[in-house]
Design a protein around this ligand. Structure first.
Ligand SMILES: [Zn+2]
Length: 176
């Protein structure tokens, strides 16, 4: 059996990894009918020396963003950004970015935004919406007044229900 060529790197629970004649079942795996299967979502690690296979949880191997990376997430308050994506990939790390102070922040907790990581000073992820980057700013939003759907208007968003206007820095791919 030519197993080695079609080994999956990323697996979901139940995926077949190897047979027990070839490998030992390691962390994150279990055996059904002589087959080693993944128990968790994650990345496979085949140890060819010790002939064992394990699945490493993606949640534990979450990577910190670096300066210059793009992060997306929802604002928990005017300073804390709950990071959901790093460079377009889902982050499982429960990371929080610290929004740089601006004179007039025009985003809030009802906004899903994209921003740049500016530094990792003092172990904090400092993020900032750079106005000269078209893809940064608010991607999705709701009305600040009544919570209903908003549409893009000049320099901001307007509520389809109550007409409330709010100035916002919108990303070029803002979704109505
Ligand atoms: Zn409204």
């Amino acid at each position: 059996m030519e197993k080695s060529d079609n080994r999956k790197e990323k697996v979901i629970p139940g995926d077949e990894l190897a047979v027990i004649e070839e490998y030992e079942s390691g962390k994150g795996t279990h055996i059904i009918d002589g087959q080693i299967r993944a128990s968790i979502f994650g990345k496979t690690k085949f140890d060819n020396k010790n002939k064992s296979v394990e699945v490493e949880s993606l949640e534990n191997s979450s990577v910190l963003p670096q300066a210059g990376d793009k992060v997306e997430g929802r604002l928990e308050n005017d300073k804390a950004l709950r990071i959901i994506k790093i460079n377009g990939k889902i982050s499982f790390g429960s990371l929080v970015g610290l929004m740089a102070k601006t004179k007039m922040p025009n985003w809030g907790t009802n906004d899903y935004i994209r921003a740049s990581v500016v530094s990792l000073t003092n172990g904090l992820i400092h993020v900032m919406i750079k106005n000269n980057n078209e893809d940064e700013g608010v991607i999705r939003s709701t009305c600040n007044s009544c919570g209903d759907r908003v549409v893009k208007v000049q320099k901001g968003v307007k509520c389809v229900s109550c007409g409330y206007f709010k100035y916002k820095t919108l990303a070029s791919d803002f979704q109505e």
